[in-house]
Write a protein of this length. Structure first.
Length: 177
């Protein structure tokens, strides 16, 4: 007898395959009772996005750091609104998030959770935001299909000299394009 033609007795088969053998019902046997389907477990709810100012209509995220305000200081919002108006953008297209008020510090998760395509960091370094690349102010950086721009806090931009404002404006327009 060779390995391809081994004969096993019924007891040996049961010993080897006892838990995997299936007995087929005969034609005149009653069908087995049906088992109740397993209860469905509720799918975990996705994490709710953090509170933000604006409507985020175009997937533009502006991250501000201001521990004293909920989102952004009124004076800073006024400056930012003027910049956005000049660029043809408004609060309906953006979301402003206050980095200082977030309970977590995972920037990429924040961006993914809000599904933002453009991110502007005001006073938050790319490293602190959790980005894998470090880049200077006013340099548009493409990472993982998203466009990032880093800038000083809005209050500093408002009082900066003309060359800094011009550098920001040029980078801001390139970032929006």
């Amino acid at each position: 007898m060779d390995l391809n033609h081994i004969q096993l007795r019924d007891t040996q088969l049961v010993g080897l395959y006892g838990k995997t053998l299936v007995e087929l019902p005969s034609a005149n046997a009653a069908p087995p009772p049906e088992e109740a389907p397993p209860a469905r477990t509720a799918a975990p709810e996705p994490a709710s996005p953090p509170p933000f100012l604006g409507q985020h209509g175009k997937g533009i995220l502006m991250v501000n750091e201001d521990p004293e305000n909920v989102f952004i200081a009124d004076a800073d919002l006024e400056v930012l609104t003027k910049i956005m108006d000049r660029a043809g953008t408004g609060l309906a297209e953006i979301a402003i998030v206050n980095w200082a008020r977030l309970g977590h510090t995972d920037g990429p998760a924040l961006v993914s959770g809000l599904n933002s395509s453009r991110v502007l960091l005001f006073g938050v370094t790319p490293e602190r935001f959790g980005l894998p690349a470090v880049f200077p102010h006013f340099q548009v950086q493409k990472l993982a299909g998203r466009s990032y721009l880093c800038a000083p806090p809005v209050a500093e931009l408002a009082t900066a000299d003309a060359s800094v404002k011009k550098n920001f404006w040029n980078a801001f327009q390139a970032w929006l394009a």
